[in-house]
Design a protein around this ligand. Sequence first.
Ligand SMILES: [Zn+2]
Ligand SMILES: [Zn+2]
Length: 79
Amino acid sequence: MSQVCSVCGEPLDPDHWSRCFFCGGCFHMPWSVNVKTRQCGSYMLHQQSCGLVFVCSLCEARLSAGTDQPNQPNTSSGT
Ligand SMILES: [Zn+2]
Ligand SMILES: [Zn+2]
């Protein structure tokens, strides 16, 4: 694997990474507390998909800011 983290730009650990639900980018996600991999994201409960989804730090910041809803289809009811 030669992918890099979409958050920090460093090479991903082949065993400890996840894909962001919103932007689709891969990021560092340690799957064990004993792993010294940095964590560049988190997971959250997604109500629309009724399950846990992973979200990178970038999207997480956007979501917490509440200013932008990533990957959300705009229901434009205007003319
Ligand atoms: Zn990273
Ligand atoms: Zn993301």
